[in-house]
Design a protein around this ligand. Structure first.
Ligand code: SAH
Length: 374
């Protein structure tokens, strides 16, 4: 498949069209004196065909192409690192226009390919076990920077124009750096763009937003974006969750679970995923497992057990395989699917906080890939 030449660096004054809603794109064209329906054509070139060079947008009049090139770019983030793991997991370190860096990870599996997307530079939540929380600089990503991660991955995977099925990039998880519900508007706009049927067209059923539990925005997430919800629970008692996920002091477990029960569109076919990072002798007892089952009663749920990925200086260790197995059995016996998330791409992710796979599939007991020095 032909790949696009790299996009020109956005020259001063030239606005990047990636990340604009259909309405905003129409408004930009109107400002050039063009009829609104041209937005439809432009959208197709940008999001269905992945074309970044206006000159190649052959359904547009030559004069319009020139005018567009004068005022706009169809940009891409710059990949400062592009690493592929022995297991096929691929990580891009992306440098943004202001020099900040974020991560995007592609996880290929047999029946899907998942892109783990960041929503912020850094994170304000300071979860005790998460490496990103130790980063001090934080800012929200723009809708363009969020969509840009998908665009860059599609370039790299050679997936233009948008294939109907058997895609290498079929699923998206908002589980990279940042708290997506603290950047709700940009995340919502970006997801609307990637879900649009005349563009990238990834169904909301194949998108999962993971939150540490920003309770007041959970309802809006379901009502306005309609994606799957994942909750970073990690503890079953407020005293412990206050330490692991300090946001819990603001929105304790009972409130969080009440918001989950009320999540729009929730049913047995569309369950909430509860993420539970397995920390040795901290949250991994059989009593914890039983309490988890009790808390989740009545919520269509699955539980994702995540082996803790230690980072240098981390205050915790990962639970033993036998402990994770036992914990999973208790959750399973209560009727909840409890896949253990297989660590992926450890060799390329060794320096990063999101040392985990976004895979949602059951692979109980699978051996983690041997890490190699980064
Ligand atoms: N802020 C959002 C999304 C980003 S974190 C959230 O909290 O859900 C995505 C997931 O990775 C969360 O479940 C988070 O708790 C988990 N995670 C972070 N650091 C981890 C580590 N070192 N090992 C295992 N899981 C981790």
């Amino acid at each position: 498949m032909p790949t696009e030449p790299p996009a020109p660096a956005p020259a001063a004054g030239r606005r990047d069209l990636v990340g604009l809603s259909r309405e905003e794109l129409g408004a930009e064209l109107a400002s050039l004196g063009e009829p609104g329906f041209r937005a439809h054509q432009l959208w197709h070139w940008i999001y269905h065909r992945g074309v970044t060079d206006f000159e190649r947008m052959t359904t547009l009049a030559k004069s319009l192409r020139a005018k567009l090139a004068e005022h706009y770019v169809v940009g891409r983030p710059t990949a400062s690192k592009d690493l592929t793991s022995v297991d096929g997991t691929r990580k891009w370190l992306l440098r943004l226009a202001d020099g900040h860096e974020i991560e995007t990870v592609h996880i290929p599996e047999e029946d899907r390919g998942t892109l783990c997307v960041s929503s912020q530079v850094g994170c304000t939540l300071t979860c005790r076990f998460c490496h990103t929380g130790t980063q001090t600089l934080v800012r929200n990503l723009t809708a363009g920077e969020i969509v840009g991660q998908v665009m860059l991955a599609r370039d790299a995977l050679g997936e233009w124009p948008s294939p109907k099925d058997e895609r290498l990039l079929s699923n998206i998880v908002l589980m990279g750096m940042g708290e997506p519900l603290y950047n709700f508007d940009a995340v919502a706009q970006a997801m609307k763009i990637v879900m649009d049927h005349e563009g990238i067209s990834i169904s909301r059923r194949r998108i999962t937003l993971s939150t540490a539990g920003v309770v007041p925005l959970i309802e809006r997430c379901g009502a306005e974006i309609g994606v799957n919800l994942a909750i970073s629970l990690h503890a079953v008692r407020d005293e412990l969750r206050d330490v692991l996920v300090p946001l819990n002091k603001k929105y304790p477990i009972a409130e969080l679970l009440a918001a989950c029960r009320a999540y729009p569109g929730l049913n047995n076919a569309r369950r909430i995923t509860f993420e539970y990072v397995m920390l040795r002798d901290v949250n991994d007892s059989e009593a914890d497992a039983r309490e988890l089952v009790r808390l989740l009663r009545g919520i269509p749920a699955k539980v994702n057990l995540i082996p803790f990925n230690a980072w240098p200086g981390a205050p915790y260790a990962c639970s033993t395989e036998a402990t994770i197995e036992r914990f999973g059995d208790i959750v399973n016996a209560a009727g909840y699917a409890s896949p253990v998330r297989t660590p992926r791409g450890r060799d390329i992710l060794a320096a990063c906080g999101q040392l985990k796979s976004a895979s949602q599939r059951a692979r109980r007991g699978a051996a983690p890939a041997e890490p190699t020095p980064a």
